[in-house]
Design a protein around this ligand. Structure first.
Ligand code: ADP
Ligand code: MG
Ligand code: ZN
Length: 629
């Protein structure tokens, strides 16, 4: 769910407050406060003073209206309440004093008085309602726009997004080109009796270009394009979401062929995640309206619905049923070649220096999404401008990588002890990775924090690889565990929680090695479990069908533990063997904060740490490390 803006939140709180006041006021008005009753004697006194012209009695209300002598018509009468039981006596007294009272039977106007006392509240409520939900209506459409869809019809004169602007997700683009064909050659498909998908769902991590892709489909296919975000429906009164959907589809049909693009569709059809309390009813109505619309398409309706989501786990299953979003296109994170292509797209039209090599940048931006890369190029351009340069250089890109990755360098002070622990931890990774023959060479190590972690160590394979070798994976696991091993060396056996991510990555690698790559000596070349598509959005697919026995399950578990302990043992022994190098390097890192490959090589070289030489074997459960003399 989109976070509320603070203004909206305040308005909402005030609205609730007002409603409470409103309710109290109704109760207040119900027992209309009894006015102070005059004693009979007081009234008698007024009557006998002989200044009265006429009197109207309202027996139902026990009220008198007294018109004084000589008052003109504009002067309001004096109002007095009298004790009910004295009504007769009062009337007599009036007659005695030559005043003929008129009696008016009126209904006690409780309702009017309630209404009158509530009027200001109703007005204020109305104003608040307007303020809160006006933005939901068509801009400036006022109250009548309430149920109107706020979908934007993208203007054809807008600068078009084309497939040229989308890079690195070629497979998704290829699939999307089919959609374009469906829309433009609709009648051909109809003539052939072919069923065309009504809905297509783009799924993938944030920033990978789903929204961009949808806009490219629109730009390429020359059809009307209605774009709306699922979160737009969240904050509305019950029923308005549904009518907006109806309105949206009406417009789309009028403008067919058309694409209705619903971004963040998970917000619409969420399976009720946390923070969804109370919103469920509305969600269901909106979702149902959408489903009804989609089910209602007949063959001739040339409207295609494209949904996009970062949260495929949150999608309501009803959306995925046949005849709805039955086409799913996974938009994944770009690989290194993809990243290079995306960098090129975003560098288009910018003055990029001759020394810039996007292949190198792409290699260093593992785990960057398209959006990250877009901001990387932008950061680099900003850096160039700040230095009054005419061109963006490789160094600018290099620096921009750190900026994007680190976010903003930590401003809050880190304690000296923490810095020291971080330095040892990172150097531990570096050292183990450096000496082992099959691990990837360390490219950079830093203690400048990003996000949650205090620092990080970057290692790069010498060249892009398609395959991961078993030796490489095992050495990688060992260097992952080198962080904690180094902490222990520094803290005399103590260690911190800083290794949790390392442990999780190491465990994942081993799990894959055993169950998917057939890389375990004892469990053999077999796949364990089915449908292991790895993980998507950081979440392992839950459709894991176990196709092995309980016994094997236990064995897998055992092997993972063994291999992790082995790797830990290996790391610990390497660290203690080269502790001098470790300490020297940690000191250097504490001082410079970031060390590049050349620095690392020279420091380790001076302290006699061998580079990429160490191999190891395990015989009968015993680890044998071949340290060079
Ligand atoms: P998503 O919808 O998947 O979260 P967006 O489409 O909103 O991501 O991407 C945000 C921006 O990042 C885009 O406008 C574009 O500038 C850039 N971007 C993301 N993916 C790509 C890509 N594959 N190719 C080119 N640019 C991309
Ligand atoms: Mg998006
Ligand atoms: Zn670590």
């Amino acid at each position: 769910m989109k976070p509320e803006s603070p203004v909206k939140r305040i308005l909402r709180i005030m609205l609730i407050f007002l409603i409470i006041m409103f309710v109290f006021n109704i109760f207040g008005a119900m027992n209309v406060t009894e006015p102070e009753e005059l004693g009979l004697n007081d009234i008698k006194k007024i009557i006998t003073e002989n200044t009265i012209e006429s009197v109207v009695i309202f027996p139902e209300e026990d009220r008198l209206e007294i018109y004084k002598k000589g008052a003109d018509e504009q002067t309001p009468p004096i109002e007095e309440f009298y004790p009910a039981e004295y009504e007769d006596e009062l009337t007599e007294l009036l007659i005695e004093n030559d005043i003929n009272p008129t009696t008016e039977i009126v209904q006690p106007n409780v309702f009017i008085s309630i209404l009158a006392s509530l009027l200001p509240f109703i007005l204020i409520l109305g104003i608040f309602w307007f303020l809160l939900y006006r933005r939901g209506g068509m801009g400036g459409g006022g109250l009548s726009g309430f149920t109107k869809s706020k979908a934007k019809l993208v203007d054809k004169s807008d600068p078009k997004v084309t497939f040229e602007d989308v890079a690195g997700i070629d497979e998704a683009v290829k699939e999307v080109e089919e959609i374009r064909d469906y829309l433009t050659n609709h009648s051909k498909y109809m003539a052939m009796g072919a069923k065309i998908p009504k809905g297509v769902l783009f799924m993938g991590p944030p920033g990978t270009g789903k929204t961009l892709l949808a806009r490219a489909v629109a730009g390429e296919s020359d059809v009307a394009f209605f774009s709306v975000a699922g979160s737009d429906f969240i904050e509305m009164f019950v029923g308005t979401g549904a009518s907006r959907i109806r309105d949206l589809f009406e417009k789309a049909k009028e403008n067919a062929p058309a694409i209705v693009f619903i971004d963040e569709i998970d917000a619409l059809g969420s399976r009720g995640g946390p923070g969804d309390v109370g919103g469920n009813r509305e969600h269901h109505q909106t979702l149902n309206a959408l489903l009804t619309q989609m089910d209602g398409f007949d063959g001739d309706t040339n409207v295609m619905v494209i949904g996009a989501t970062n949260r495929s786990d949150m999608i309501d299953q009803a959306l995925l049923r046949a005849g709805r979003f039955d086409r799913k296109i996974v938009v994944g994170m770009p690989d290194s070649a993809g990243r290079e292509a995306i960098l090129n797209v975003h560098a288009r039209g910018k003055p990029v220096g001759d020394d810039v090599d996007f292949r190198v940048i792409a290699r260093q931006t593992h785990q960057f999404s398209g959006a990250d890369l877009a901001s990387l190029v932008n950061e680099a351009a900003i850096l160039a401008v700040r230095q009054d340069k005419q061109e963006i250089s490789q160094a600018d890109f290099q620096e921009a990588i750190d900026r994007v990755r680190i976010g903003l360098k930590k401003n809050r002070p880190v304690s000296e002890k923490d810095r020291e622990i971080t330095a040892f931890h990172e150097v531990g990774h570096t050292l183990v990775g450096y000496v082992l023959r099959y691990s990837d060479p360390v490219h950079k190590v830093t203690i400048v924090g990003r996000g949650m972690s205090g620092g990080h160590t970057e290692s790069l394979p010498e060249e892009e690889r398609i395959y991961a070798s078993v030796y490489n994976l095992k050495d990688r696991v060992a260097s992952l565990l080198g962080g904690r091993a180094a902490e222990k060396a520094l803290l005399g056996g103590d260690y911190t929680s800083g290794a949790s991510n390392d442990i999780s990555v190491a465990t994942d690698i081993l799990h894959q090695m055993i169950t998917q790559f057939g890389m375990d000596e004892e469990l053999g070349p077999r796949r364990y479990g089915q449908n292991q598509q790895g993980n998507f959005l950081g979440q392992t697919f839950s459709q894991h069908n176990r196709d092995y026995s309980e016994e094997v399950l236990r064995k897998i578990d055992e092997r993972k533990n063994e291999l992790l302990k082995q790797a830990e043992n290996l790391a610990t022994r390497i660290i203690s063997r080269y502790e001098e190098g470790l300490r020297r390097m940690a000191e250097e890192l504490l001082e410079k904060e970031t060390l590049k490959r050349a620095d690392i090589e020279s420091i380790f070289g001076e302290t006699g740490v061998p580079r990429g030489e160490i191999t190891w074997t395990v015989k009968d459960g015993n680890l044998k490390i071949d340290f060079p003399e």
